[in-house]
Design a protein. Structure first.
Length: 374
């Protein structure tokens, strides 16, 4: 979004997802500065510290939770001068994101909760609520850019700040959503956003940014131990088939992991494979990590932003992790609802359950869930 002041004719009614952090705060102020009719909403989501049973509250109300983040969001809204609401989606978040997260780990895969949260909650339920309340647009503090094509459809591009670009998490967007979404920060760097926050006098200007999974307050492994029934089993060396230790439950390990295996001996060892059927954790030594490197894999549960899947093979770039540089690949139709990805160079630790996201240089094409390595 540009920094120009709009005319009254182009004034829009916009709902901003205000998290209590610096990004969404600056996004809110930028929209107000442009002259839009802006309201802010804080999403109250499930936290590990809460009780397991959650009473469903009225979805949209002037309810202010005791969460510090919510209090920060309220203060920001008051400072900027926009109406503020709290939307309690804790139950929906637990069912659609947390339960998915646990099920995927229990099934031997490595989930991507941020992708599911954006699809189901932030740009799913919240988006539907936005339109139901007669807002023209939903705006968020995500870092990515959009542009209108000649045919009226919307294209998505990586953000100006390559280190903060969040297009990887948003490949599930569709055209019906994109026409009513605003991403004000796409043309800013994080440093520029912090400078603006200080300029605007926002209380979150220097707030520390969390890099962890939002609903886990302690160690990732402790959360899994608390919520899953883990079964101990053998750790075997891929090169020889020899049993060299005992694992604490396959859900605690992910492909390529080195720390926390606790084998001892010469090491280090890397997780190379998880045999769910036989409850065996296969590891590779540092002398032979070729077991971790793959050039081909299958991707399912696809979404293409254009609305149409490629009918034939095409070259593009693919990223299998957030903040990873996308590598050249050929993507080919495989079977209904799936594609085969052939990389130009092998990548280590391609984990089932993670997202593979496709690009044409800066343009986001779509993505899906990695099924298995070939």
């Amino acid at each position: 979004m540009s920094k120009r002041i709009i005319s009254q004719k182009n004034k829009l009614k916009i709902l901003v997802a205000l998290s209590g952090g610096v990004d969404s705060a600056v996004a809110t102020q930028l929209l107000v500065n442009e002259g839009h009719d802006v309201s802010a909403v804080f999403l109250r989501l499930w936290q590990e510290s809460e009780e397991e049973s959650i009473e469903k509250k009225n979805n949209f109300e002037n309810h202010i939770s005791s969460d510090l983040a919510c209090q920060d969001a309220k203060k920001i809204a008051q400072k900027i001068g926009v109406p503020f609401f709290c939307l309690d989606l804790s139950l929906e978040f637990k069912q659609k994101v947390v339960d998915y997260f646990l099920f995927e780990y229990e099934s031997g895969r490595t989930p991507n909760p941020c992708v599911v949260c954006n699809r189901e909650i932030k740009l799913g339920l919240l988006f539907k609520q936005t339109l139901a309340l007669a807002y023209d647009f939903l705006a968020t503090g995500h870092y990515l850019r959009t542009a209108k094509n000649n045919d009226g459809s919307i294209a998505v591009f990586k953000a100006k700040d390559k280190l903060k670009d969040q297009s990887y998490f948003l490949y599930n967007l569709n055209q019906s959503q994109l026409k009513n979404l605003y991403f004000p920060l796409g043309n800013y760097t994080k440093d520029e956003v912090k400078e603006l926050a200080n300029k605007f006098g926002l209380i979150t200007a220097n707030k520390k940014e969390s890099q962890d999974i939002c609903f886990i307050t302690g160690l990732h492994s402790d959360f899994l131990k608390k919520h899953l029934k883990l079964v101990l089993g053998d750790i075997k060396l891929k090169e020889t088939g020899k049993t060299i230790g005992r694992h604490q439950g396959l859900a605690l390990y992910t492909l390529g992991q080195r720390k926390g295996i606790d084998i001892g001996g010469d090491g280090p060892y890397y997780v190379a494979e998880k045999d769910i059927k036989n409850n065996i954790l296969w590891v590779a030594s540092a002398l032979d990590i070729s077991f971790l490197e793959k050039k081909e894999f299958i991707v399912r549960d696809l979404n293409w932003l254009s609305g149409e899947a490629p009918k034939s093979s095409r070259t593009c770039q693919v990223a299998i992790r957030y903040s990873q540089e996308a590598v050249a690949a050929r993507v080919s139709p495989y079977e209904a609802g799936a594609v085969k990805v052939e990389l130009v160079k092998a990548i280590r630790a391609i984990a089932s359950g993670q997202s593979a996201v496709f690009y044409d240089k800066q343009k986001l094409l779509g993505g899906g869930v990695i099924d298995n390595s070939l």
